[in-house]
Design a protein around this ligand. Structure first.
Ligand code: UT7
Length: 331
């Protein structure tokens, strides 16, 4: 069916905190080594947001950079979606906090929870409002302060995560540009392998939940690794195939950054040229919903993507959730 409008990304921005937590720092905190972390994950350092600040701060900064670059006023925005699993608080939503801080008085706002696939999910949701002609300017932000749910005494998880935010602006564009296709999936049986057990209605915060460290990320790394390798590669290959494309047609591949070995496996399966792959896991680690928009923003800044280029996004994370999106870059 012909869409009345195409949702195109017309601006990108990101924010990462200044404070670096290096592998050498972690060697002093838990029984780990720089050699283990870099060889098993590709991570060298991660950024950590100050204790006094929440996810909304980083989300706001990433949005400010877009408005500034485009000379736009926040009052011109119609909708703000924040993909996050580390909201400032359960309610109001982080998106509402950003809406107020930035002064987007005309916009409505909500959070979306899909963990590491949050940005791809939110991009697709936001695009619907552009494609139907309902809205002219939709902001999609992926932001997570993973340090607030990370146990820095657990070497199996504390080396993996970092804090950051990235944002995109969606506007109506020419039919040949913008979001071309997407594949999204969920399988809630993944709760067995990756979750934050407490803090919600099932296990509200109590002395017991704190003592049992139930407010931190729990992960069965090996299981999640197998799932991520197979599903991220599968949806990347599927979306290429059904759009008549092969790896070398893609100018930029922006995968979720959980483990460099997962990305390498995905690149091999889709036969993508290595120089087209966006990697920031070495500098930022896994920032959950923020990895893909940070990657897009840095790649655009570096001039790695041009109007008319095919861009492939792919993610896999808690839920389980996973998906891919194919875009034609608009500027
Ligand atoms: O974005 C959300 C989705 N998350 C992911 O996609 C993460 C997926 N999983 C992974 O990336 C990997 O499974 C990990 C990086 C978490 C772990 O790597 P692995 O190669 O699967 O290691 P492993 O869990 O099989 O552990 C191997 C060994 C174990 O020791 P033993 O039992 O062989 O003696 C671990 O205790 O490595 C040990 N180990 C560590 N050693 C040093 C685990 N963490 C560390 C560490 N430093 N930080």
């Amino acid at each position: 069916m012909e869409k009345p409008f195409t949702a195109t990304i017309t601006g990108v921005g990101h924010y990462v905190p200044e404070r670096r937590l290096t592998n050498a720092d972690l060697e002093k905190m838990v029984d780990t080594s720089d050699e283990w972390i870099t060889s098993r994950t590709g991570i060298e350092e991660r950024r950590i947001l100050g204790e006094e600040l929440g996810t909304s701060y980083m989300a706001l900064k990433s949005l400010e950079s877009i408005l500034h670059a485009k000379g736009l006023n926040a009052r011109d925005l119609d909708l703000i979606i924040v993909a996050t699993i580390t909201p400032d608080m359960f309610f109001p939503s982080t998106a509402c906090l950003v809406q107020d801080e930035i002064g987007a008085t005309k916009a409505w706002a909500f959070d979306l929870s899909a963990a590491c696939s949050g940005f791809v999910y939110a991009l697709v949701v936001g695009a619907q409002f552009i494609e139907t002609g309902v809205h002219k300017r939709v902001v999609v932000i992926g932001a997570d302060k993973m340090s607030c749910i990370t146990d820095y005494a657990d070497r199996e998880t504390c080396v993996l995560f970092g804090d950051g935010a990235g944002a995109v602006l969606l506007e109506p564009g020419e039919p040949s540009l913008g979001l071309k296709d997407f594949i999204l999936h969920a399988d809630g049986s993944g709760v067995a392998y990756l979750r934050q057990p407490a803090g919600g209605s099932l296990h509200p915060a109590s002395r017991k939940t704190v003592e049992k460290k139930m407010h931190y990320v729990y992960q069965d790394g090996r299981e999640v690794f197998k799932f991520a390798v197979s599903k991220m590669a599968e949806v990347s290959a599927q979306i290429l195939e059904r759009n008549g494309l092969v790896g070398k047609d893609i100018a930029l591949f922006v995968p979720h950054q959980a483990n460099k070995r997962i990305i390498d496996a995905c690149v091999k399966r889709t036969d993508l040229p290595k120089d087209r792959v966006v990697l920031n896991i070495d500098r930022y680690a896994n920032t959950s919903a923020a990895t893909i928009p940070i990657g897009l923003s840095e790649a655009a800044e570096q001039g790695r993507v041009n109007r008319g280029d095919h861009v492939l996004l792919a993610s896999a994370g808690a839920g389980y959730t996973w998906g891919s999106a194919l875009l034609t870059w608009a500027y």
